[in-house]
Ligand binder design. Structure first.
Ligand code: HMG
Ligand code: MG
Length: 310
């Protein structure tokens, strides 16, 4: 399989961490139910391709996200491979936390919003009500020695509110960190960010004493900016990157959200610059080709399509 010619690029680190969201963000938006055995096999293939940090599923209301109603079954089917501090699951409230804890999960993610509109659409509550829920969940998680990620959605624009002031994002990010989150992922839920905006927000977060080594970036690719934005964030000092195998993804509660940055497109770019990720690109491409067959449509990733056709 073709590989990019390796030439180092200025301002890039030796290595980065890829946080794979294909099994959760990638599949939550699928209209037809993906069988639990296919989900489990997808996760196993991602692991075999060298991805270590894999978000497995969500313990949300099955009425809200029917596709992930099989969260218990999926974890049971994966056994030890689905557990551990590098296998987080999304938890929106105490009920979700209790479901996850009962299965032996030791890493969770709570997900909030920089805007009131998306908080209402996604969690059916205001931003301040969401923080009351997160406080309960995160304190219980910490008491159980779990690893906790906090997401902030709509960091760069919102389908209902339009532009989102940077100060508003920083305030929600600050509150997330104060809860005790180990890591904070900045969500460009509808893929509208551009590189200058990314640099400005990261600068503002640093000014607010939120260290970049605890920040991850999460770009959806609606406007084709996800890779450029990710590389801008890495050049600014971010070392944790969210992406989705095959570019799967979207949020059922955000109009115009499409797939995440494709992990293959990211790995191709990083491999070319000699930045270590631990991912075996040919194996990952095979995993995404297999998943595309299961879903019955071609992958959204340029790299998967190019290498799959080669
Ligand atoms: P609600 O309807 O207000 O919940 O939804 P409720 O507390 O009133 O309960 C209603 C019913 O749901 C009850 O059942 C509860 O037991 C049940 P009933 O009595 O009617 O039979 N219920 C649950 N069942 C299972 N697990 C639970 C749970 N909670 C309640 N955890 C709620 C509030 C938060 C539950 C709902 O809004 C929800 O599940 N939202 C999740 C939406 C979601 O998953 N969105 C996608 C993930 S976020 C994302 O993709 C963005 C991200 O990628 C970053 C980015 O891109 O920006 C992370
Ligand atoms: Mg997302």
């Amino acid at each position: 399989m073709r590989r990019p010619q390796q030439e180092p690029a200025a301002g890039m680190p030796e290595s980065v961490t890829i946080y794979e969201v294909g099994a959760r963000d990638g599949l939550q938006n699928e209209k037809t139910t993906v069988p639990v055995q296919v989900k489990a096999e997808f996760v196993r293939r991602l692991l075999a391709a060298g991805l270590e940090h894999i978000e497995i599923t969500s313990f949300v209301s099955p009425k809200w996200v029917p596709q992930l109603a099989d969260a218990e079954e999926l974890l049971q089917s994966l056994g030890q491979e689905g557990l551990g501090r590098h296998r987080p699951v999304l938890v929106p409230n105490l009920k979700g936390f209790q479901r996850a804890e009962a299965l032996g999960v030791s890493a969770i993610a709570v997900f909030g919003s920089a805007t009131e509109s998306f908080s209402q659409k996604n969690l059916n509550c205001s931003v301040s009500e969401s923080f009351a829920r997160f406080e309960t969940v995160v304190s219980k998680a910490k008491a159980a020695d779990m690893w906790v990620r906090g997401y902030v959605s709509m960091c760069f624009g919102d389908p209902w509110e339009g532009d989102v002031p940077i100060g508003q994002v920083v305030e929600v990010a600050r509150r997330m960190m104060e809860l005790g989150c180990d890591e904070l992922s900045l969500g460009d839920t509808i893929g509208v960010a551009t590189t200058g905006h990314v640099e400005r927000l990261l600068g503002a977060l640093q000014e607010a004493q939120i260290p970049l080594d605890r920040i991850a970036v999460h770009f959806h690719d609606t406007y084709g900016q996800a890779l450029a934005n990710t590389l801008a964030a890495v050049r600014a000092g971010v070392r944790i990157i969210d992406s989705s195998a095959g570019g799967l993804g979207g949020c059922p509660y955000a109009k115009s959200a499409t797939g995440n940055l494709a992990t293959e497109d990211l790995v191709w770019a990083l491999d070319g610059m000699g930045v270590h990720t631990g991912v075996d690109l040919p194996k990952l491409v095979q995993a995404s080709l297999w998943m595309a067959t299961q879903l019955g449509r071609p992958s959204a990733s340029n790299v998967v399509r190019a290498l799959g056709a080669a």
